[in-house]
Structures are given as structure tokens and as C-alpha cells.
Design a protein around this ligand. Sequence first.
Ligand code: C5P
Length: 236
Amino acid sequence: MNPSDRIFVALDTPDLDKALALAEGLRGLVGGVKLGKEFFTAQGPAGVNAVSALGVAVFLDLKFHDVPATVARAVRAALPLKPYMLDVHASGGEEMMRAAVDAVQESSPKPDSRRPLMLAVTVLTSLGDDDLFAAGVVDGAEEQVLRLARMAKKSGLDGVVCSALEAETLRAAMGPDFKLVTPGIRPAWAIADDQKRITAPADALAKGADYLVIGRPVTGADDPADAARRIADEIG
Ligand code: C5P
């Protein structure tokens, strides 16, 4: 894998033309793009297919969280979109996560390169210890992230979405093959935006991240392709 294949650019827009222009400009320069709820709610499966049709891998970040049967059906419905990665919330529980993995495996019984990576979101980084405590989670975010990551691995998921600041701990605890996908990445030359706890691209990889989700430093740049090239050079 080229170092640049580890970069997934978050196209956080509801606008199809904007997403297509960015994806086309970034094709071949990065591993793929991340499409989330904002884009999917506005543009639906047709929008995802239009981006994929450019030959760009898609991380379909819809963070499913529901009863197991519903999540399994949602995953089955997502598979024709051929995402490179898709995700659920680990807090949906082990049975829900297993249902998601089973749905992926049914579609392609043997592991192969076309089977999407199934990831779990652990604790949203917008939640602090106080928020977790208010919801009855008494251990704090760090412990909860580790607990949910272990549940995800036990349920057969391929990896988790986590803060780069947690990558080192998770890499040590979860072994070498469990995928760690990290947002909150900022190259030295980019502004932090609303990200409070940020990590440089090369540091995140050194701490054990497999894929870097990077949004505004690329999408907000005057020349997104150039920004992507600079990040690739930085990690290459
Ligand atoms: O623009 P920026 O690089 O901050 O975008 C990062 C992307 O990753 C956004 O889509 C954001 O919603 C998402 N994300 C995040 N922090 C998390 C989880 C997801 O920034 N903990």
C-alpha cells in the first residue's frame, strides 16, 4: 500500500457537484473519500454511486446504531454501493455488531479485497468524561473506548474509528491486524478548525493508525489536490 492510500478525505458536504469535483480532483492522490450522513441524507445511494463511479474508494460513514436485525438489513442495503469501509456504533452491542459482520460475510463468504471493512465507532470525541458519567458510564472515556474496541474485535469487526490520541493504546491492546481509522488529523501547516485534540499525519501513523480521515485541510484548501499531495509527501 502506498502511504497516500492511507488518506481518506472527508467530503462533508450535501452538494453533489461539490463532492464530485473534489473526488475527481483527488482521484489517484489519496486512498479514497469519506461520505457521511450529511451527503447521504441529501444525495442518497445515487450520490454515493456517482462518487464511486469516478473510481474513488468510499468510506460510507453512516454509523448504524439500531436493533441487530435492522442494522443487518441496513448493511445489506449498503453493500451494493460497494463501500471500501462502513461503520456501526460499538455501543449498539455485540449482537448488533455480529449481525453487521454476518451481513457482510453473507455477501462474500470468503475474505477478499472487495469485501468492505466493517468498523465500529467507540466513543464520539465530542463526549467527555462528564457526558459519559451523565449517561451512566462511570469509567471515563479512555476505559470505555478500550472496552468497546474489545467488544468490536470479539464481534468480528475489522477495526474501529478512534482518535489518533488513542491509537497507541489501542494498537498495543488490539494487536497488529485490527484496523485503526483516525480523524482529528492536522498537518503542521493547517489550522485546527474546531478540532481540539489534533495529531499530525505522520505521528498518527507512527502511533499505529492504518487510515487517516482528513477533511477541511484538504477540502478547504485553495488547491485540494495540492494539499493532498503535501500530506502524502509528509507521510511518504
Ligand atoms: O475537517 P476535519 O478534518 O475536521 O474532518 C474530520 C472528519 O471526521 C469529519 O467528517 C468529522 O465529522 C469526522 N470525525 C471527527 N472526529 C471524530 C469522528 C469523526 O472529526 N471523533
